[in-house]
Design a protein around this ligand. Structure first.
Ligand code: ADP
Ligand code: ASP
Ligand code: MG
Length: 469
């Protein structure tokens, strides 16, 4: 059995959905299909939810009606073209219209109550995948493939109630996922599961964080112990860097779990940063493939690290982050201060992305830029007043991560990396402490990030023989 996950661009319109049905029907092994929302739909839902909560009451209804029409039209036109069988088409049209109606009521509620909680936002986001899955399943059925759409929850994916960033309840999943999906697959039916969304133990809708459909795919793959988890997207695989910044980035054919995990963690959007772990735990290969160029072998993510000539395999960049610098001699005198800071931030749902070498009177760490205000609120309290003398925020920073097996053991590589940054006049603001064996990561100003990335790619990948293999 395998898992085939199709991202937003792969189900972006009827033409793409038909392409997906070709790929699924050609695959002779048993399979579970996982789908994202149609390209751009989650962004639209997110934007609308944030807009409607701030609208004057008199315009809520008309704005929601307009939005409802736009979303419904987009899906209906995909259904009319991709779901060819008349009876199936009718069923899917009915289901999607009902969903669009619920979306309309939910948005009205948010607008009139002027209240958008993380729980309501997850509910709004969920409509993207809940509308795309019936279309893909319907298109498959029209092609003679027995398929059935299911929500992540119906497929056994239960999470905690941390809306917007829910954690799977792993201890339960072995049972719930097997019980939900194995009987369906055994009957020869292809489950088409909504990626990204799940529910908590009280069946309240949750999400795994933006881009989380990849994570759904690897979790399902892990508990069904599949042969391979396939991530179908719009590029040939994991490339040596972000092709939007360096158009001649090269395809990587094999990469280890640890390397892929570091790349994703530090910004390579091609896979979700959490998706590798479940696959790695069960030693299941992950293959990233291009829906629009399916003959290309793609990238295979496996256990073994393979050192490439020149050592550097890929470079990633994570933007929209900020550095928080705490200074004060009191930091040195307060026992466990770092643990206290990180615990309190964690309790407020703020992730620490990176920590730099802390001296006795200095503690620096990196958070998402959107978390800065919340972090400052946590730290600006009576409790910390005695030990933190200054709290400095550097908002316009980005992280660059240089990744490759054997990095840490290679003499002089860090010096060469930092020299490359200096050659393009970038200042290194912070160097990560305790990066993994396979990466060296550091921060520069965001407006210097792209030029550092390009220079590193040129020096370490384009000019290194055998790199990009
Ligand atoms: P999907 O909708 O299929 O989940 P995403 O947009 O989430 O696709 O991820 C694919 C995109 O990731 C690519 O189009 C590419 O622009 C971007 N990307 C960033 N870094 C990399 C990288 N190192 N290798 C490949 N793609 C990358
Ligand atoms: N549709 C969701 C998003 O855009 C999840 C995903 O595509 O993986 O974030
Ligand atoms: Mg994605």
């Amino acid at each position: 059995m395998i898992v085939m996950k199709f991202g937003g661009t792969s189900v972006g319109s009827a033409r793409e959905i038909l392409r997906v049905t070709e790929l699924v029907s050609k695959e002779k092994r048993k399979k579970v299909v996982v789908v994202s929302a149609m390209g751009g739909v989650t962004d639209k839902l997110d934007k609308m939810a944030r807009k409607v909560v701030n609208l004057p009451t008199e315009v809520v209804e008309s704005e929601v009606e307009k939005f409802h029409k736009e979303i419904l039209d987009q899906h209906v036109s995909a259904i009319k073209e991709a779901v060819k069988d008349g009876k199936v088409q009718e069923e899917v049209l009915k289901e999607v219209s009902t969903l669009a109606n619920s979306l309309r009521y939910a948005l009205m509620g948010i607008g009139y109550l002027e209240d958008l909680s993380p729980r309501s936002l997850d509910y709004i986001w969920s409509f993207g995948e809940r509308m795309s899955a019936p279309i893909v399943a319907g298109a498959l059925r029209s092609k003679g493939v027995d398929a059935k759409h299911m929500t992540g929850y119906e497929a056994g994916l239960v999470t905690n109630s941390c809306f917007g960033q829910a954690r799977p309840l792993f201890k339960k999943l072995d049972k719930t996922i097997k019980e939900a999906l194995n009987p369906v697959v055994a009957k020869g039916i292809v489950p088409v599961v909504t990626g990204f969304i799940a529910a908590d133990e009280e069946a309240k809708m949750t999400t795994l964080g933006r881009g989380g459909s990849d994570y759904t795919a690897s979790i399902i793959g892990r508990y069904l112990n599949v042969e391979e988890v396939q991530i179908w997207t719009d590029v040939d695989g994991i490339l040596t860097t972000d092709p939007r910044i360096v158009p001649n980035a090269k395809q990587i054919y094999t990469i280890s779990y640890v390397e892929a995990m570091d790349l994703a963690y530090f910004g390579a959007k091609v896979i979700h940063s959490k998706m590798i772990e479940p696959a790695m735990d069960a030693d299941i290969p992950v293959r990233i493939k291009n829906t629009f160029n399916p003959d290309n072998v793609g990238t295979l993510v496996v256990k073994e690290s393979e050192q490439v000539e020149g050592v550097v395999k890929a470079i990633s960049i994570a933007k929209n982050v900020a550095i928080i610098n705490l200074k004060g001699v009191g930091l040195a005198d307060t026992p466990n201060i770092a643990a206290t800071v990180f615990n309190l931030l964690g309790e407020s749902g703020i992730n620490i992305i990176m920590i730099s070498a802390a001296s006795e009177a200095n503690l620096s760490f990196v958070v998402k830029r959107s978390d800065v205000q919340a972090a400052v609120n946590v730290l600006n309290t009576e409790f910390f007043a005695g030990c933190i003398r200054t709290l400095e925020v550097i908002e316009d920073a980005c992280i660059i991560a240089v990744v490759g097996a054997g990095m840490r053991g290679t003499h002089g590589i860090a010096a060469k990396i930092f020299q490359t940054a200096a050659d393009v006049n970038a200042n290194i603001i912070m160097i990560a402490q305790g990066s993994s064996e396979v990466n060296i990561s550091f921060m520069v100003k965001e407006n210097e990030g792209d030029s550092v990335l390009k220079a590193l790619h040129r020096n370490f990948i384009e000019c290194a023989k055998g790199a990009g293999k």
